[in-house]
Design a binder for this molecule. Sequence first.
Ligand code: M6R
Length: 608
Amino acid sequence: MCGIVGYVGREDAAPFLIEGLRRLEYRGYDSAGIAVSTENGIVVRKSKGRLSALEEKIRGDHMISGNVGIGHTRWATHGEPSDVNAHPQPSASGRFVVVHNGVIDNYLELKNHLIRRGYEFASETDTEVIAHLIERYYNGDMVDALNKLQTRLKGSYSLGVLSADNPGQIAVIRKDSPLILGERGDEKMLASDIPAMLKFTRDFYELGEGEIAILSREGIAFYDSDKEALSKSTFHVDWDMDAAEKGGYEHFMIKEIMEQPRAISDTITPRLDGDKVLFGDFNLTAEDIAGFDKIYITACGSAYHAGIIGKYVIQSLTRKSVDVELASEFRYGDPIISEKTLVIVVSQSGETADSLAALRYAKAKGARVLGVVNVVGSSIAKEADVTLFTNAGPEIAVATTKAYSCQLIIFYLLAVYMAEKIGSVAETERRRLLEEIKALPGKVAKILENKDDVQRFAALHFNARDVFFIGRGMDYGAGLEGSLKLKEISYIHSEAYAAGELKHGTIALIERDSLVVAIAANRRLFDKLISNVMVVKARGACVCGVTWEGNKVIEESCDFALYVPETEDLFAPSLSVITLQLFSYYVASMRGADIDKPRNLAKSVTIE
Ligand code: M6R
């Protein structure tokens, strides 16, 4: 996500901040800024775009000279990339200035609370709420102010705070978003990630959940949420810069796979208020939904696969007819579109040329267009009538993992939201579905804890020539994504088939030891799928079943079984796909493939 740095010492802070931010550029960002405590108060400089634009802005700027400062690279979540939305964010008087990583789930409620008390907001960010609250709570003691602040904030945050009253200090606090600190003599630094500080030190303090630290030339003082002083020891890393950027993982892809519980949770929580789904920005009425003559989902690659799952869920919960179309084909199929049609365009990058063309086509025909996008400020996000953002954070690996998972979440929430509006599911059932959605991050984390099981299976089959993924219903949708993951990063030929379709041709390809991955996470269709498994087994295939925990019956028909936690059938793809991502990753890694940058592929496909 975003990057944070801070410096306290004897040197000019700005060059340290810029150097630290440069080391965090790999995380992706769309704007940058720094704030320095100077003789004339806190001076803030920010710029949309690359770090070089900020450097250009501060070149020869003598106002920004001082030995204490904070800096930030922003990946937009609330409000598009712009100078005003960039961090640091000042409080109303400018006495407090904040950099923030994470997402404040209840920021709207807090913002409205502050507006009612006369506060004016300059930016669209959730972070500005924090700056105003600190000013409101500050009573001469920053630790007290931050402790009070954390009783009000819901969500994830790591914060660096400058205060004009204490110009020699930086205050920091964190929850569910990492922050590390280090020292070199009387110089102190903080950062959201190790690469920013590797040139400074290799020994780091980790700030714990809810803990506060005050950095000054005299030292780093740590406090718990009761204001008790804490003593901490450092941890040491020997990583080189490359390993550090990947958080110690070998590839960005596995780092991003491991980030999924956080990404999914960051996508769910801002959209929930108790047992209500919040889509204030979409604001559909029951009449709007009932009036849709058609819902189309259009996208490319993995986003299209997410759309296939989206179709099942929306159709099942709302009983509205949904079609999924490849964006590259959408406008050539002469789709029937009117002003009563809803077209959902799904894209991680928000820049995919085919998806953008489909969006423009749909708009020109009068449809209402909803974007489901990860990159705020991207073309699709701007051109859609409304955009729901997947808060996956920047995705570096070409093979998408966490963005796809977050797209599924938006579809689940959208389906529940629409169903509530039109009353197509009973209230108790709707609540049960939301509880299941809320439990998904924990269940994904559990699969990741057991990733060695998948690695063992990959070790047996990384030399496979072909892999067939089979499933029925939504399991087939998950299989499509698993197959794409495998072929794009391992270069193994792979296909996904609706299991019932095999007998109509593809089964001719099955021979002794052909590898078949049978996704059997859908209870309703389990028996039917097992019949298809028996058919490929009879032709000598080696079959791995992916099913829910405790479903030992799978071991009677498959050669290998991989288990995922139990969930509602509709949401099972969110779990089975994690196993398939891990399988692809391990196979590709064992084959020595260039996992993060597979041949012939680009992260953002901007040609039609
Ligand atoms: O940025 P988008 O989501 O619009 O990209 C769509 C596809 O290009 C993308 O999902 C592609 O298939 C990935 N490489 C899959 O991992």
